[in-house]
Design a protein around this ligand. Sequence first.
Ligand code: NAP
Length: 375
Amino acid sequence: MTVVDVVSADAAAAAAAAETTAAVQQQPAGNNGQTVCVTGAAGYIASWLVKLLLEKGYTVKGTVRNPDDPKNAHLKALDGAAERLILCKADLLDYDAICRAVQGCQGVFHTASPVTDDPEQMVEPAVRGTEYVISAAAESGTVRRVVFTSSIGAVTMDPSRGPDVVVDESCWSDLDFCKKTRNWYCYGKAVAEQAAWDAARHRGVDLVVVNPVLVVGPLLQATVNASIAHILKYLDGSARTFANAVQAYVDVRDVAAAHLAVFESAAASGRHLCAERVLHREDVVRILAKLFPEYPVPTRCSDEKNPRKQPYKFSNQKLRDLGLEFRPVSQSLYDTVKSLQEKGHLPVLGEETPEAEKEQTPGAEVQQGGIAIRA
Ligand SMILES: NC(=O)c1ccc[n+]([C@@H]2O[C@H](COP(=O)([O-])OP(=O)(O)OC[C@H]3O[C@@H](n4cnc5c(N)ncnc54)[C@H](OP(=O)(O)O)[C@@H]3O)[C@@H](O)[C@H]2O)c1
């Protein structure tokens, strides 16, 4: 494992940057010798992306805020990490550190972002950090494509969208609506994605975007991130009811595969909605209760007055056209729970439902031509 701790003092930074370059040059040529940068490498999605890139032979420069933090241990343990993973210290608001991380790379995957509804913590790092990454890519002289991890939050938050509209890459969230509803995460992601497109146009950078929906599936990192907490609360007794709400889901391994596909495919362009299925919360808790009846999964909706919220229609055809196949959400939820047990976030309480009984989960029949109609 080569850990390059690029410190902020100028002289040390120059020495460390030289060390980074030397380390990259010493790597065995994998995947035509390509080196790529992954920002926020220790995060939930990025960890799976780093794993995939290493498996494919890339050399990876992963940015983390502190390379010596034990929370990066799972990255250092990945196959190929000892030879081809370099951890670079970089905060999103430190332009020089981002430039050093991007230096010598052919590609950049910008996944780092705060994931919070606190406007002060969310908006500036998401937006300014994204502008810095695009600028660093433009300045590098080596980067041929930047892949930006946006979100469904930049797509669906639009109260004027009719119920029959198929949500696809042409949809954008309404910023005023995000502000009015104090949904600062969606606001920050939408503004960051707009900033990415503006900066890429201005600087002549080839940008492609992946817009994942809520991401579930096994964890590589030791801690529980926000989208996994969304599932964990239905198993550990902290949620007594479920909301009258719908949400689209996708597996983390498919999100990583989508990032690689849009990077490697010369024909890929624009945004890519990365979603497997839309479920009402009631469907989520039913799947969980069926697979793992030993946990106190809620059975009651918190809203007993209003009509049941209806799932929206969406298209994931662009990613399917690039060859992506999506794991069924029931499989992803099963793997999420097993992973939470393995990592000690959930006690193993009893026998799980046998495989044969798991097969028909709610909504298993609905995928038609890339459009999930109803779950
Ligand atoms: N999970 C989902 O359901 C989902 C869905 C759609 C889009 N996304 C997007 O996917 C990306 C990754 O999300 P995730 O779910 O993998 O979340 P995560 O596990 O919380 O990862 C976020 C990463 O960003 C880093 N980061 C945050 N603020 C930073 C800053 N100021 N400087 C440097 N690094 C910073 C974090 O580093 P620290 O560990 O040091 O904080 C962490 O490594 C984000 O852009 C998110 O918006 C996620």
